[in-house]
Every structure is written in structure tokens, then in C-alpha cells.
Design a protein around this ligand. Structure first.
Ligand code: NAP
Length: 372
């Protein structure tokens, strides 16, 4: 077989550059190490002053300011999440040299359980939030096949809070000590809070989706079409019902759609018959249009009239075909990252009782998505 012209020599020339580039990286690493140690010496000095004056070692406001300043200076290619990881490590080391006696407890652990979970945006979103608010802790992704055993792990390891994702949102419920009434109605838990060994289940998709909508529209009295009848549709459906929106469920399969419409006491239209406009808000709660099926869309563009608020739960790609159609028709659009971030903020606040830094979380997620 013929080799492509110049192919191998180009590869060889490219490879020849690697030692030189590595040498450059080693030299930069030497400088980073030197600078971090200089930073730690200053931090230790501050720690001594704090000890003399009795001031607290951890100053979350100052840590937040450090991040804000560097975020505004960062021109990339370092992502927001990457900046938080690196600086979070430096700040943790700084706290270590300030607190000579050392931490009494291991930092809290938060986690996501799901399968698949390798591409989850949650670690970057929550670790950025933890660092920005000056809280100790790490958020880790676990690929979980056996949810019963994994819930035992929360108890055994003292994991402080857990996000639950596909396929465990329903099955996890039977292993918890308490399930919040709204999550019970929705029939799915995506948030676990460990309060002194007692595991409480919540559904943050519901308030998260409502908050994402409320950024762009009111809900009371609005005619809302929800396309889909799975977990996401149930979560937003109960939220919109609570806000007194007038819901219609549109679903591909009749029995599932009719069941949700019955639970919400609202109308149902089979997807094949949906096409007439007349809604103030249209929500895609199906995976149609999700990578790698970017060209799919759940509904015909005719349903999307100018002025309609159109929200997609899919966030990869950020601008789905559904949202592109909506923009073309003059609709107001809300992407899936809005819901992701708002439901994340609800989880963060349940776990930490601190106000979530929503804008930082959004930026970390958007950066991560655009760097993939
Ligand atoms: P689910 O429980 O599996 O339900 C999927 C629903 O979509 C079902 O009603 C299904 O209809 C319908 N559906 C699936 N493929 C379709 C297609 N090609 N055309 C039309 N309808 C289709 O899933 P889910 O948990 O509700 O999640 C739905 C989407 O929302 C996913 O993409 C998920 O990633 C996303 N989501 C995002 C967030 C966020 O924070 N942004 C939160 C939750 C979920 P049948 O009943 O006919 O099967």
C-alpha cells in the first residue's frame, strides 16, 4: 500500500519537537515550584500574624477575591475549572502552613453516582463552587452499578452529599432514610444529604428548572407545553404546577404521557399530533438533539411561535437544533446549562447551607463544554 506523501516525515519532525517542548515545560515547572514556595512563605507569615491577633485562619472572602481577580485576568487556554483546581490546591496548601497544628478532620467529600459518569460536568461545577466559597472539600465522580452498595458507601465513608444521575434516580429511593414530599411526588431523587448519618433524598431538578424559567418569564397562568414524560418532565411538571402554570404534556408514547398528565391533572397530546402553536412556554424534556444526534429535534418548528419562551434540558450541544429553530422563529431561548446550574445551586445549598456562586458555576460549566 502507498504511504501518504510526506506523512511519516511530518510525524517524525513533530515527534522530534517533543523533547524540546518537554524541556520548556520542565523549566516552567521549576518556576512554578519556586513561586508556590514563595507564596507559601508569605501565607505562613500571615498565619503567624493571625495567631498573634487571634484572627481566623480561613478567610473565605479573601479567597473569593483571589479567584475573582485571577478569573478576570485569565485569557486561557486555562479553563475556569482548571484555574479553580490549581488555585484551590495552592490555597489549601496555604491554609496548611498557616494552621501549624494541622486539620483535625479530613475535608468533606461530595460525590456523583451514575453510569455513565465519565463526562459529567458536575465535578468541575461543584469543585469551582467549593473553592470560590472558601469551603474545604472535594467532589468526585463514581461510576456506580450497584446503587444499594453505593448508598452503604455514603454511610460508611461519611460522604456529606451526593448527586444521583441516570440510571439511579428512581431505584435509589428505597435505600434512603427520608425522602422529601416533592421528590416522592415526582418519583425521583437526584440529591442526597447526609445529616449525621441519616440520609435524606431531594429532587433539585424541579426547583432548578423553575429557576431557569423564571430568569426569562413568569409562569403563573402561562400555557406550558412539556415535551417528554420521563424524570426531567416529571420534575419540571410538578414545579410548573406549583407555580400555577397551565400544562400540556406532549409525549411520543401514549401511556407514559397520559400517566404524567393524570398525575399533574393536565392535558395530553401525542407527539405525532402536536404541531399547532398556542403555547407561551415550550420545554424539551427529551434527549432528542443530544450529542451525537445533534440534528434531531423533538418537535416541528411550527410549534415555536415568535415570543414563545423555549427551554431545552439538553446541554450538549449548548445550542441544540431545537433552540436554533426557536431562535430563527423569534423565540426567547433558555439552554440546558441554566437548569443544570440552578439545580446544582440547590444541591450545593442543601449540602453546605451556603449561598451557591451561580455565575461561577455557570462559567465553569460553559468553559468545560467549550474546551471539549
Ligand atoms: P427519561 O426519563 O429517559 O425520559 C425521556 C423522555 O424523552 C421520554 O418521555 C421519552 O419518550 C422521550 N424521548 C426519548 N427520545 C425521544 C425522541 N427521540 N423523540 C421524542 N421523544 C423522545 O429521561 P430524562 O431523565 O427525563 O431526561 C431527558 C433529557 O433531559 C436528557 O437529555 C437529560 O440529559 C436531560 N436533563 C437535563 C437536566 C439539566 O439539568 N439540564 C436535568 C435532567 C435531565 P417515551 O416515553 O416515548 O419513551
Amino acid at each position: 500500500m502507498k504511504k501518504p506523501c510526506g506523512g511519516d516525515s511530518q510525524v517524525d519532525a513533530g515527534n522530534a519537537n517533543i523533547p524540546a517542548l518537554r524541556k520548556r515545560i520542565d523549566a516552567i515547572d521549576d518556576q512554578i515550584l519556586e513561586l508556590i514556595n514563595r507564596r507559601l512563605l508569605s501565607a505562613r507569615e500571615i498565619g503567624r500574624i493571625k495567631q498573634r491577633t487571634g484572627a481566623a485562619v480561613v478567610d473565605s472572602r479573601r479567597e473569593g477575591e483571589i479567584f475573582q481577580r485571577l478569573l478576570s485576568l485569565n485569557k486561557g487556554p486555562l479553563t475556569t475549572g482548571g484555574l479553580f483546581r490549581i488555585l484551590g490546591g495552592a490555597i489549601a496548601a496555604g491554609r496548611g502552613v498557616q494552621n501549624q497544628s494541622g486539620p483535625e478532620e479530613a475535608p468533606p467529600v461530595y460525590a456523583i453516582f451514575g453510569d455513565p459518569v465519565g463526562h459529567s460536568l458536575s465535578p468541575v461545577m461543584y469543585n469551582s463552587a467549593l473553592t470560590q466559597t472558601g469551603l474545604d472539600g472535594n467532589y468526585i465522580a463514581f461510576r456506580v452499578k450497584d446503587i444499594d452498595a453505593a448508598v452503604g458507601g455514603i454511610r460508611g465513608l461519611g460522604i456529606r452529599g451526593v448527586s444521583i444521575t441516570i440510571p439511579h434516580k428512581v431505584s435509589v429511593m428505597e435505600y434512603l432514610d427520608e425522602v422529601d414530599a416533592l421528590a416522592e411526588k415526582i418519583g425521583a431523587v437526584n440529591t442526597i444529604v447526609n445529616r449525621q448519618g441519616v440520609l435524606h433524598g431531594y429532587n433539585s431538578d424541579c426547583p432548578g428548572a423553575v429557576k431557569a424559567l423564571l430568569e426569562k418569564t413568569t409562569i403563573k397562568g402561562r400555557r406550558v407545553a412539556i415535551v417528554g414524560a420521563g424524570g426531567g418532565a416529571r420534575a419540571i411538571g410538578f414545579g410548573i404546577k406549583r407555580e400555577k402554570g397551565r400544562i400540556t404534556i406532549i409525549n411520543r408514547t401514549r401511556p407514559r404521557g397520559e400517566k404524567l398528565a393524570e398525575d399533574l391533572d393536565c392535558d395530553f397530546i401525542p407527539l405525532a399530533e402536536a404541531g399547532k402553536p398556542g403555547f407561551d412556554i415550550v420545554v424539551n424534556a427529551t434527549p432528542a438533539g443530544m450529542f451525537p444526534h445533534d440534528e434531531d429535534t423533538p418537535v416541528k418548528p411550527d410549534l415555536l411561535e415568535a415570543g414563545t419562551v423555549v427551554m431545552d434540558m439538553v446541554y450538549n450541544p449548548l445550542k441544540t437544533r431545537f433552540l436554533k429553530d426557536a431562535e430563527k422563529n423569534g423565540c426567547i431561548t433558555i439552554d440546558g446549562v441554566s437548569m443544570l446550574v440552578h439545580q446544582g445551586a440547590v444541591q450545593f445549598e442543601l449540602w453546605t447551607s451556603m449561598k451557591a456562586p451561580v455565575e461561577i458555576m455557570r462559567r465553569a460549566v460553559l468553559d468545560e463544554l467549550s474546551s471539549r
